[in-house]
Design a protein around this ligand. Sequence first.
Ligand code: GLU
Length: 308
Amino acid sequence: MSGSGHVGRFAPSPTGRLHVGSLLAAVASFCDARHHSGEWLVRMEDLDPPREVAGAADDILRTLEGFGFEWDRDVWFQSTRDEVYRAALADLTSGGFCYPCGCSRKDWSEHAVYPGTCRDGLAAGVEGRMQRFRLEEEAMGWHDEFLGEQSFQAGTLGDFPLLRADGYWAYQLAVVVDDRSQEVTHVIRGADLLDSTPRQMRVWEALSKVADPIPCARYGHLPILTNAAGQKLSKQTLARPVEVAEACVLVDAVWGWLGQDQSEAWMASMASGDSRAMLTEGCRIWNRNRVPAGSIQLQGWGQDERPA
Ligand code: GLU
């Protein structure tokens, strides 16, 4: 920990055990934060009970520890932060940044994105089922830490939920409220979340107007790992969980996919079976400029096969 002001984080959802795709985000966010003398936080995004797996949160934390990751501050669990999200939604409502929506998914199934039906008020007799963020029609962009200039049109995203029809908080609200509360400065995560970033930047800016003004984080998106069929590794595609017993070979593989060099100390730590020392060395030699863009198709690691 230091006074550099750089704060990174890793924010897994406990929907299953860690797989190499999530390990890649953990290694990159950890090394990026520590390389910049920053703090690295772990936050458990346990906001979606229907998708969660009992024991997964503990398992993820134990696996991270077993690999040699060390985090600063206590782990936050989003499931305990209901009141904070409620207050943020009230702030956004008072600023006119969101509105109740009475539509179900099938009401707008012919559109690619939500067409804004309830933007100007609910039709007579319709009840609000959820709260949506009002995305103004402007181009949105940022300079991505790894991918360079990015831009999106609001029309391709549509107004999105902050509070879901099933009563759970939407990821887009909770993630921004927590990144702001923890004063995260660098969000380093998989490029599967690229189109969440413009949404989150808008929610962040809106909250900075109606609540504490906090400088928006910088965002960096990492290559997505896919299986041999080109599908993103995930619980749904049956990504094989990582095992602590294979930590060194897995960290080394992830390091290669991140385009990073292996130093002599790295090789020596790997030879002695010390993944913690590999990570420590990784923090020292991390080079953002080497992180590749695009996705990486794995031939063997994705599902059942063991590392060679
Ligand atoms: N909890 C999200 C996930 O596991 C990641 C959130 C984030 O890094 O912003 O996909």
